[in-house]
Write a protein that binds this ligand. Structure first.
Ligand code: ATP
Length: 206
């Protein structure tokens, strides 16, 4: 007795949440950079629920978005898809995501919450923002067009304690991929080939 569990961390796990509508090369490049720079053992891609109450609900269903994430990550070392936010039902809140993943993986796991710079700047509006920072180390990754300076945040802002990685700065968004499909343009340079095939086969984003 007396040995603190926290001193025996066995795994460093990244938690990368998003709508992934669809997962694209920006997501993959960001998570590869974070995994390799921070020496993470695993990165979980956590797909949000359908969140129909949100102002801009996802276009593709949660199951299509989840299937595309699985296809895109299967050949990447340490990457895996997680359906924890879909299984929970209702709107997705990161505080619940982190709590559920910690419960699934156990106390010996250290969590790193990976967020793009655009998401990081709005974290003060997230539910239970203060608690999020106590559940995971926040890693903010640069995104083209989004200025980010850790020192510019008020100390009560979760991003003020974030570790900032500039990362690969890939200028792709889900919005851009969906726009390309709608215009009949090829998305093979924007998403994994398996994802491009899935979009075509299932007639998504037309
Ligand atoms: P949409 O245009 O549909 O809003 P998105 O690609 O911006 O799509 P999500 O799939 O929800 O949105 O993104 C999940 C996470 O990945 C967020 O933290 C977001 O900031 C980050 N992210 C997405 N694309 C990039 C990118 N190109 N560079 C850095 N971070 C990114």
């Amino acid at each position: 007795m007396g040995i603190m569990a926290t001193s025996r961390i066995t795994k460093r796990v990244g938690v990368f949440g998003g709508t992934f509508d669809p997962i694209h090369n920006g997501h993959l490049a960001v998570s590869t950079a974070v995994r390799d720079t921070l020496g993470l053992d695993e990165v979980l891609f956590v797909v949000t629920s359908d969140q129909w109450l949100r102002e801009n609900p996802p276009v593709a269903s949660a199951s299509d978005r989840f299937n595309m994430v699985e296809l895109a990550v299967e050949n990447h070392l340490g990457f895996a898809a997680s359906d924890v936010d879909i299984v929970r039902k209702g709107s997705t809140y990161t505080v619940d995501t982190l709590t559920d993943i910690q419960r699934q993986l156990g106390d010996l796991i250290e969590l790193f919450l990976v967020v793009g710079a655009d998401s990081a700047v709005s974290m003060d509006r997230w539910r239970d923002a203060g608690e999020i920072a106590s559940l995971a180390k926040i890693v903010a990754v640069g995104r083209p067009g989004q200025a980010f300076d850790v020192d510019s945040f008020d100390l009560s802002h979760p991003a003020s304690g974030a570790e900032y990685l500039e990362g690969p700065m890939i200028n792709v968004s889900g919005t851009r991929v969906r726009g390309f499909v709608e215009e009949g343009r090829s998305v093979e340079d924007l998403v994994a080939i398996e994802v491009a095939d899935y979009i075509g086969t299932h007639g998504l984003y037309l």
